[in-house]
Design a protein. Structure first.
Lengths: 115, 114
C-alpha cells in the first residue's frame, strides 16, 4: 500500500503571498490531520478532517484553512504568509474512528520557507 | 490541559548500550500513547503504540515501551543501540477525545556514538 504523499515537498514564498499544500492519504483512510512543526514550537495540531468535514481545529489564526475532498485527499491553505509560517507541514491519515485503530500515518511533509 | 513531557532534549549513548528515552504525560484518564521517530528531512514513523491491554508494548526496530499508570509514564527503551537509531523521537498522547488531535512532546534527539 502506498503511504501518505504530500506535494510539493519544498516551497519558497514571500510574505503576503498565499500557499496551498496537498495531501493524499493512504487508500481507504478517511481521516486526515495536519500538523505544523517548527524548532521553537515543536509539533502543533492544525486541524483534522473526516469525511469532508472539519472535525477538530487547533489554535491557529483563520489564515490557516483546509478542506477535504470526497476521495479523502486534503489541502491546506495559508493566506497572507508571515515569516513565522516557515515550517514543516505534516499530513497524517488514519483508517477511521474505531476504538483501537487510532494511530496516524505521517507523510514526508512540505517544507515551507517564507522570505 | 493535557500535556506530554520528554525529559532530555538530547541523549547520547554508545553503540551497543541501552537506550532510554523518557516520556511523562498528564491526563485525567488513561490516554492512547505513541512513540514516533523522525529521521532528517522525513516525516514521522510510528515505532509503537499503547491503547489498551498489555502494558509492555513491543515495536519496530527492537524498541519497546512500558505504560505505567501510577507514574503516568511511557518510557521508550532498546537494549542495544545501533548507529541507525540516531534520530529524533517524539512521544504523543491521544486523549481519546474522539478525534485524532495528538499532543506531542518536544522531542528527544538521540545520538549514537561509535
Amino acid at each position: 500500500k502506498a503511504g501518505v504523499t504530500q506535494t510539493p515537498r519544498y516551497l519558497i514564498k514571500t510574505r503576503g503571498q498565499q500557499v496551498t499544500l496537498s495531501c493524499s492519504p493512504i487508500s481507504g483512510h478517511r481521516s486526515v490531520s495536519w500538523y505544523q512543526q517548527t524548532p521553537g514550537q515543536g509539533l502543533q495540531f492544525l486541524f483534522e478532517y473526516f469525511s469532508e468535514t472539519q472535525r477538530n481545529k487547533g489554535n491557529f489564526p483563520g489564515r490557516f484553512s483546509g478542506r477535504q475532498f470526497s476521495n479523502s485527499r486534503s489541502e491546506m491553505n495559508v493566506s497572507t504568509l508571515e515569516l513565522g509560517d516557515s515550517a514543516l507541514y505534516l499530513c497524517a491519515s488514519s483508517p477511521s474512528g474505531l476504538a483501537g485503530a487510532r494511530e496516524q500515518f505521517f507523510g514526508p511533509g512540505t517544507r515551507l520557507t517564507v522570505l | 490541559a493535557q500535556s506530554v513531557t520528554q525529559l532530555g532534549s538530547h541523549v547520547s549513548v554508545s553503540e551497543g548500550a541501552l537506550v532510554l528515552l523518557r516520556c511523562n504525560y498528564s491526563s485525567s484518564v488513561p490516554p492512547y500513547l505513541f512513540w514516533y521517530v523522525q529521521y532528517p528531512n522525513q516525516g514521522l514513523q510510528l515505532l509503537l503504540k499503547y491503547t489498551t491491554g498489555a502494558t509492555l508494548v513491543k515495536g519496530i526496530n527492537g524498541f519497546e515501551a512500558e505504560f505505567k499508570k501510577s507514574e503516568t509514564s511511557f518510557h521508550l527503551t532498546k537494549p542495544s543501540a545501533h548507529m541507525s537509531d540516531a534520530a529524533e523521537y517524539f512521544c504523543a498522547v491521544d486523549p481519546t477525545s474522539g478525534t485524532y488531535k495528538y499532543i506531542f512532546g518536544t522531542g528527544t534527539r538521540l545520538k549514537v556514538l561509535a
